[in-house]
Design a protein around this ligand. Structure first.
Ligand SMILES: [Zn+2]
Length: 380
């Protein structure tokens, strides 16, 4: 039809052009593009005046043709022979606004992450902003939020990095092993502060298993050199005390000071490497609703409200929405709660289009649902 607008072309209305015209008219007047006016949506009035013969206009609401501009020429309309139309782009069905929530629910039926879900969606469907809707859907799924992994560890703060002599900074932590309380104290200069409790617990467990004396095992643990470093005893005392292992060279001689210098350099480098796997998390503002990961079950179940940051923003004091109990947790174990009404596609607009192909065994209509327990919590 466009050929008729070219210069030096005879204006001939052929049967082919007539068919094209009717097809275009069908697309433009199809229920996929012409929908009941919704006063709650942003509306644009597009106008196009002709020199003498009046004014054309269109009342446009959200994803009407403007947002399909880039793919407009590749869209097709399939007539289902029953007053219904399916708008397609290649092999993909263009999903109208009202059917999107249903398609999104079905896409997330198996509760998979964005990568897989997005691949599935892109192979069959299209709508503007589809990937963002998938992101929101997955982020706000109650079940997926509940079973997420812990957040990333945040980078170590500098005070844990720059000790240059023993006892400059000591760290202490309480832990429980078989019902007995232990206090682990570690010199940050050893570079083992981060994993002190983990190491101590593991050693206790193995000593119990092998019926070994824990104090003797701990002494040997302190005598063992570390990769690119020295043994904790060498670092702390500047020499290696006698242990279980017979050696040719006497061990209790003072260390060559350059060994310590080299070790300090290696330690800084090592800490920088550890930091590369860490991520800075987006700070949480007071009043933010968060989910808290249970330390044992690892389930993100408890909803709480952030009160204020602690430890330079690495931890937060929060208050449980149900019990009102206050507690502090590292940011790794709390994350922003996203309510499952985050998607705004309204399924309840009258005149909703139902011409989508429906599989023979339809899944239940509403698949992403908040558990009653959580919804009770959030009502408070
Ligand atoms: Zn899910």
């Amino acid at each position: 039809m466009r050929s008729l607008l070219k210069k030096n072309t005879a204006y001939l209305w052929s049967p082919e052009i007539d068919a094209e015209f009717n097809h275009a008219r069908k697309i433009l007047s199809s229920p996929l593009l012409v929908q009941p006016f919704d006063p709650s949506l942003e509306t644009h009035l597009l106008t196009d005046p002709a020199k003498k013969h009046g004014l054309g206009y269109g009342l446009i609401q959200y994803d009407t043709p403007r947002v399909y501009k880039n793919i407009w020429d590749e869209l097709s309309l399939i007539d289902d022979g029953n007053e219904g139309y399916l708008l397609t782009w290649g092999d993909r069905i263009v999903i109208p606004h009202r059917a999107r929530n249903e398609i999104l629910s079905r896409l997330h039926f198996s509760h998979q992450g964005l990568t897989k879900t997005s691949l599935a969606a892109k192979s069959s469907y299209y709508w503007p902003g589809m990937n963002n809707d998938l992101k929101t859907l997955i982020a706000s799924c109650t079940a997926c939020q509940k079973y997420q992994a812990s957040q990333f560890s945040e980078p170590l703060q500098s005070y844990t990095l720059d000790q240059t002599f023993p006892t400059q900074l000591m760290a202490a932590d309480l832990f429980d092993f078989t019902g007995i309380n232990f206090l682990a104290i570690v010199d940050a200069y050893s570079g083992l502060a981060k994993s002190a409790v983990k190491n101590a617990k593991m050693l206790l467990r193995k000593c119990k298993e092998s019926d070994t004396d824990f104090s003797a095992a701990l002494h040997e643990f302190r005598c063992l050199p570390r990769p690119n470093s020295l043994s904790p005893n060498q670092l702390f005392f500047g020499r290696q005390p006698r242990g279980l292992l017979p050696t040719l060279v006497p061990q209790d001689v003072p260390l060559d000071p350059t060994l310590l210098q080299n070790r300090n350099l290696a330690k800084i480098k090592n800490n920088q490497q550890t930091d590369e796997s860490a991520r800075l998390l987006t700070p949480l503002l007071p009043g933010t609703a968060v989910l808290v990961q249970h330390p044992v079950s690892k389930i993100w179940g408890q909803t709480s409200i952030v009160l204020h940051p602690l430890d330079n923003g690495r931890s937060y004091e929060s208050e449980c929405s149900i019990s009102g109990k206050r507690f502090r947790r590292n940011h790794k174990f709390i994350r922003k709660f996203i309510a499952d009404d985050a998607l705004t596609h309204d399924l309840n607009i009258p005149g909703s289009i139902s011409s989508l192909p429906v599989p023979h065994t339809s899944p239940p209509p509403l698949l992403v649902r908040r558990s009653s327990r959580i919804s009770q919590q959030t009502k408070k």
